[in-house]
Design a protein around this ligand. Structure first.
Ligand code: NAP
Length: 285
């Protein structure tokens, strides 16, 4: 059995869809916190198990001996260390055959605040003795392309990254394909995959492509970290999270979200999705 947590999320949905193309639905289970959201998956023949990452007792029933598990990192930043520990503890108690974890590009080298919970989780997983594989995911294209039409209407791409900084994003679907490969083929135990797009881009290149496709002016608006923090809080982002996002731009400036390993396209078995495709999709939505 292959078990996917976070299966009602955007990445998890793509992973389960990819698994269904490769293995019979009866060999797939999902662990979700909201059974109603998983009704469609249940209808496809996937086994639905209900457990919240915050509920160790329910997680105690979420996994079985010998299963391969994908732990999709939680979305509640600041609460994820105890949540991930609870999932790993449950997987260990069940005796799973493999636990794949969606971590952060660079792993221990990712020294920015948003990466911290991933680093602690990686360490905990490695020390647990559970057979593991680390899917160190870089940034999704969609972080920049969802709601792009609105950003174009606002008139500029605001960033506190340094001029010339490069980031190697890939589509969520690319990261999902890598996870599917790891769950359905052998030889991944103990590996750490650095997963990023084949082609890195600068913010100038991204903005120029948006301008080309939209036919609208879309300049880069370079601001300081403090200015970005103020802009984000002005848009309603809580200040601590605004600071975390400024830390991400700083990490991008230092090249931490760029990567030339090619691990993602190798695992997916195809080139990663060009960012121009995600831009086209973002402008349509
Ligand atoms: N690489 C990147 O660029 C990037 C960007 C954003 C996030 N991430 C990370 O990658 C993960 C997957 O991305 P995504 O786009 O699929 O995010 P998403 O759509 O927000 O999905 C997160 C999933 O985690 C589940 N979840 C959250 N808290 C939980 C809890 N306490 N108990 C059980 N399940 C819980 C959610 O359940 P519900 O469906 O019930 O909400 C959802 O299924 C995120 O959670 C985050 O850790 C990566």
């Amino acid at each position: 059995m292959i078990v996917v947590t976070g299966a009602t999320g955007k990445l998890g949905t793509l992973v389960v869809e990819g698994l269904i193309d490769r293995v019979p639905a009866e060999q797939i289970a999902v662990v979700v916190r909201d059974a109603a959201k998983a009704a469609r998956l249940g209808g496809l023949g996937v086994e639905v198990r209900v457990a919240d990452y915050d509920d160790p007792a329910a997680l105690g029933d979420a996994f079985r001996e010998g299963e391969k598990v994908l732990l999709i990192s939680g979305s509640e930043v600041g609460r994820r260390v105890p949540q991930h520990r609870a999932v790993i503890d449950a997987a260990e108690a069940a005796g799973v055959a493999l636990l794949a974890y969606t971590s952060i590009l660079g792993g221990p080298a990712a020294d920015f605040e948003l990466a911290r919970e991933h680093q602690v989780t990686e360490r905990y997983l490695i020390d647990s003795g559970v057979p593991y594989v680390l899917l160190r995911n870089g940034w999704y294209h969609e972080n920049y392309t969802e709601g792009l039409a609105g950003a174009v209407a606002a008139g500029a791409l605001t960033t506190s990254t340094a001029e010339g900084a490069r980031i190697a994003t890939a589509a969520r679907a690319d990261f999902a394909a890598a996870a599917v490969a790891v769950l359905t083929t052998e030889g991944h135990e103990g590996r750490a995959y650095e997963l990023a797009g084949d082609t890195a881009w600068t913010f100038e290149e991204f903005a120029a492509e948006v301008a080309r496709q939209s036919g609208r002016d879309f300049p880069v608006n370079r601001v300081s970290g403090e200015e970005l923090r103020g802009i984000l809080t002005g848009q309603g982002v809580p200040d601590p999270f605004a600071a975390v996002l400024v830390g991400v731009d700083d990490a991008i400036s230092r090249g931490l979200l760029d990567d030339g390993s090619g691990d993602l396209s190798k695992l997916a078995g195809r080139p990663t999705t060009p960012v121009a495709e995600a831009i086209a999709e973002g402008l349509r939505s």
